[in-house]
Design a binder for this molecule. Structure first.
Ligand SMILES: [Mg+2]
Length: 229
């Protein structure tokens, strides 16, 4: 169907492997630690506020998340949080950085089918070291020609990536779980986008409305892409 597609880029977190449930579990632990100061849902809202305020400074990933938890704890405890509590917050972050890699269903089988027919790459946000670790532990590294760990996924970031890959937008397909980060900027450039929904999405990545576009595919699961190629 899409004869022009030559390069397929995969988002990593919640597209190739489980990520957001680990963050939500970490956030739940954080909210429990601070429930003496505020109800858990308010702690969660405060944390999100801190994350949005600092996103342009820290980017995406666990290390920025830890700093945001510390800042939030300081603020809502009115600077009275103990160093013991800060230690616990740091431990939450360190645990996140050592989570096992759980591949999502159909991932290796789909990559196996596409290998050799397309140039396969990973395009993900997050901490350089952490995403590198996840990729190594995933056992998927050998499928990919190129790994791009991006500080953001805006139109200009994809433009840079395509330039680096010497790939025209019409030859490029991006697959991912975030309409906002993985699909819309690529469609804007004239590329193709395939959305693979995941059951939990971080508030910042949520996107509510039905997308209709000639270059857009809504997929049930990752292997559904094989029906289009
Ligand atoms: Mg993702």
């Amino acid at each position: 169907m899409k004869d022009s597609i030559k390069t397929i880029a995969f988002d990593a977190d919640d597209t190739l492997w489980v990520n957001e449930p680990y963050f939500q579990e970490a956030e739940k632990q954080f909210c429990t630690l601070l429930e003496n100061y505020l109800p858990q849902h308010s702690v969660s809202q405060e944390l999100f506020k801190t994350e949005m305020k600092n996103l342009h400074l820290y980017g995406y990933g666990v290390k920025g998340f830890v700093l945001c938890m510390v800042e939030t704890a300081s603020r809502i405890s009115n600077r009275t949080a103990s160093l013991e509590l800060i230690d616990k917050i740091i431990a939450i972050g360190q645990e996140l950085l050592q989570k096992p890699i759980e591949l999502l269903q159909g991932v290796p089988e789909t990559l196996e089918q596409l290998k050799g027919r397309f140039r396969l790459i990973v395009a993900t946000k997050g901490d350089l070291l952490d995403q590198g670790r996840k990729l190594r532990n995933s056992g998927l590294e050998s499928y990919f020609h190129h790994i791009e760990i991006m500080s953001d996924k805006k139109v200009s970031d994809y433009q840079k990536l395509l330039k680096h890959l010497e790939c025209k937008p019409e030859n490029f397909l991006m697959l991912g779980n975030s309409i906002k980060s993985d699909i819309l900027p690529v469609l804007e450039l004239g590329g193709y986008g395939g959305h693979i929904p995941y059951h939990v999405t971080w508030t910042h990545e949520q996107h509510e409305y039905n997308l209709k576009h000639d270059n857009f595919m809504e997929l049930k699961s990752i292997d559904s892409i094989l029906n289009y190629l």
